[in-house]
Design a protein around this ligand. Structure first.
Ligand SMILES: *[C@@H]1O[C@H](CO)[C@@H](O)[C@H](O)[C@H]1NC(C)=O
Ligand SMILES: *[C@@H]1O[C@H](CO)[C@@H](O)[C@H](O)[C@H]1NC(C)=O
Ligand SMILES: *[C@@H]1O[C@H](CO)[C@@H](O)[C@H](O)[C@H]1NC(C)=O
Length: 153
């Protein structure tokens, strides 16, 4: 009886873990530095030549329509900062390159397909490299020295 209850909880637990890992996998996290450029990945696993890139489900980043890049509906914040790779479209690769990254570029990007299929989702994080590098190095050096002191005693 006890084992049976535990067994059921275990199954539910594993099931929840599976759901969690599946939903976690569908969002790709991309880190990039301020002022640099980044590739936002998007791959279609079905036959299409159309993909609509959106920021936060609202701003238009760019539209790829029947294998042609279209900037007509593009939000001005992305002007001249988006590059696509037309030679890859036929392979289902609709990745784009976003340049001159700003802090406000951080957030959720979706690559939407015309059918009802799930969009690709990318979470972009924009970091300032200077502070991160300068702050972290002394810390690890300190830990290393501390380790040496402890080991020699
Ligand atoms: C995302 O969109 C919602 C409404 O659609 C808006 O309230 C929110 O401020 C937006 N966030 C960013 C980071 O643009
Ligand atoms: C898609 O194309 C981009 C740009 O050429 C490239 O960086 C990326 O590796 C490609 N992705 C795949 C899955 O081939
Ligand atoms: C980030 O580091 C690179 C060199 O690694 C440098 O060229 C660039 O200016 C740095 N960006 C910022 C915002 O500090």
């Amino acid at each position: 009886m006890f084992v049976d209850v535990n067994g059921r909880y275990f199954v539910v637990f594993v099931f929840l873990m599976l759901i969690n890992s599946v939903s976690a996998q569908s969002v790709q996290v991309v880190n990039a530095n301020l002022g640099r450029s980044v590739i936002l990945p998007c791959t279609a696993n079905h036959d299409t030549l159309t993909a609509y890139w959106r920021y936060n489900d609202s701003k238009t980043v760019c539209d790829i329509i029947r294998g042609k890049v279209n900037f007509e509906e593009q939000d001005p914040v992305y002007k001249s900062r988006v590059e696509s790779f037309p030679s890859k479209f036929a392979k289902g690769n609709f990745s784009i390159k976003l340049s001159n990254l700003k802090k406000s570029d951080a957030g959720i990007y979706t690559c939407n397909f015309p059918s009802t299929l799930t969009p690709g989702t990318v979470q972009l994080r924009v970091t300032e490299n200077r502070t991160g590098d300068v702050m972290r190095r002394p810390d690890s050096l300190l830990l290393f020295l501390l380790g040496c002191v402890l080991l020699s005693n």
